[in-house]
Design a protein around this ligand. Structure first.
Ligand code: ADP
Length: 441
């Protein structure tokens, strides 16, 4: 809405302040402001009016409704000077309080936002008429109404204090609730913590026991196999002596029995040796002798030994010799042992087709595969064959201890690499050994 003048007054004497006060209150009430706001405006007007009168005898007061959203705006002008500091506390009573000074004097502007639904053009006209016609109360009446206002302000203050007390009580109660919850939670947390600590202690205990058991097993294997090796070796030596052409001649039956005993003793010796190797690898006392190993050379040697083992003409041995200068930093004896174990297995479990060994270099690693077209291994056994003494039932009797693969896998780990396997029953197996080209710290 456009600006509309409501009323214009002149303040000349102390008594006129009562009228300004009364009009301010009436205008505020008629335009829909609440009781408290009416008193605020009236108080602000009388306070500023009084201060202005001290400096100059004439103050013009103009009431307007202005702006969108609408405001009740009151302008008070004096020819005298007024200090902004002295009226600053009044700012708390209205929305806007502005003081402008120039050569003409000082103007103070007070403004208070009005509720929209009370301020139509007609309403403003009505208020204007009402203010023009209403009688001015005597100073005594105004004093009485001021007292009344004071009392109602006191009442309001009391009510506020009571409300504050209720709020404080509520707050205290909430605090007590929060504290109780906090205590409950922290005691629960403490209990859980104690449980976790106990669980960890038990876990530590159990892993200690497990470590001790594993060490005891390794010690036992090492001792037993070491103790067995000497007598078995001497049995083999004695048997060789007995069957020596220089010794007393044996009957055909005796010679056959001695042959069987020698074969069994040889099996026993290989088991004992395997056990000793494994125990050594497990105890962590296996220190590789790191050297530059010529892979081509090693492949050639392995091909030579394997040819002697390969007895069936239906199985072809294919060894792809890596080109000259194929080096790996490793332990020659251990690496050769790993590949020999894999090749021996491949030959043992293959009746026809091919046993092959190949090497390729990829991203600073040597990848060596030993593949066969033999009986293969069902998925259920893929991990278990790396367990000690685990052997699969086969149609024909094949010799072995069930220690070759676990030992080979441990050696690969000692050399800083890894071993994996892919296999399908009836189609064959591929064992893959991946080793770093140079020793990893
Ligand atoms: P061993 O060969 O002395 O029995 P290993 O630990 O070397 O012991 O092998 C464990 C088992 O894994 C073997 O008994 C065999 O059942 C299975 N296995 C190993 N290599 C192969 C292979 N190339 N093809 C089929 N089965 C295999």
């Amino acid at each position: 809405m456009t600006d509309a003048n409501l009323l214009q007054l002149a303040l000349r004497r102390e008594q006129d302040i009562f009228e300004v006060r009364q009009r301010g209150r009436e205008a505020a009430a008629a335009l829909g402001l609440e009781h408290q706001d009416q008193i605020r405006i009236a108080t602000a007007l009388s306070d500023i009016g009084r201060q202005m009168l001290v400096h100059a005898p004439n103050v013009e007061v103009r009431f307007t409704v202005t702006g969108e959203p609408p405001n009740l705006r009151i302008l008070m002008h004096t020819k005298g000077h007024l200090d902004g500091q002295t009226i600053a506390p009044v700012g708390r009573l209205v929305d806007v309080l502005e003081l402008t000074s120039d050569g003409q004097g000082t103007t103070v502007m007070l403004s208070r936002r009005l509720p929209d639904d009370h301020v139509s053009a007609e309403r403003v006209g009505e208020v204007k008429r009402m203010l023009a016609s209403s009688a001015v109360a005597s100073p005594l009446d105004e004093l009485a109404s001021q007292n009344e206002h004071l009392l109602s302000a006191l009442d309001e203050a009391h009510r506020q204090r009571d409300r504050l007390e209720v709020l404080n009580n509520e707050l205290e109660e909430t605090n007590r609730g929060v504290m109780a919850l906090y205590l409950e939670l922290s005691s629960e947390l403490e209990e859980t913590n104690r449980g976790v600590v106990a669980l960890y202690a038990e876990l530590d205990d159990k892993s200690g026991q497990l470590r001790a058991a594993s060490e005891a097993k390794t010690r036992f294997l090492a001792n037993v196999s070491h103790e067995l090796r000497a007598p078995v070796t001497s049995v083999i030596g004695l048997l060789r002596l007995i069957s020596d052409p220089g010794s007393d001649p044996l009957t055909a039956a005796q010679a056959e029995q001695i042959g069987l005993i020698r074969a069994s003793a040889a099996d026993l010796l290989s088991l004992v040796n395997d056990l000793l190797d494994l125990a050594k690898a497990e105890s962590g006392r296996l220190d590789p002798m790191w050297t530059q190993v010529d892979l081509g050379q090693m492949f050639k040697q392995l091909r030579g030994t394997l040819k002697a083992v390969l007895t069936t003409p239906e199985v072809e041995l294919v060894v792809d010799i890596p080109e000259d200068g194929s080096w790996i930093e490793s332990d020659e004896a251990l690496l050769s042992q790993i590949l020999r174990n894999l090749l021996h297995n491949a030959v043992k479990f293959t009746d026809r087709g091919e046993v092959s060994m190949r090497a390729r270099c990829e991203e600073r690693s040597w990848i060596i595969t030993v593949a066969d077209t033999g009986i293969g291994i069902a998925p259920a056994h893929h991990e278990r064959i790396f367990e000690e003494f685990y052997q699969l039932p086969t149609r024909q009797k094949v010799r072995g201890t069930g220690l070759g693969l676990p030992y080979a896998r441990k050696l690969v780990a000692v050399l800083g690499g890894s071993m994996s396997m892919e296999s399908e029953p009836g189609r064959g197996s591929v064992f893959t050994v991946t080793l770093p080209v140079t020793r990893q710290p």
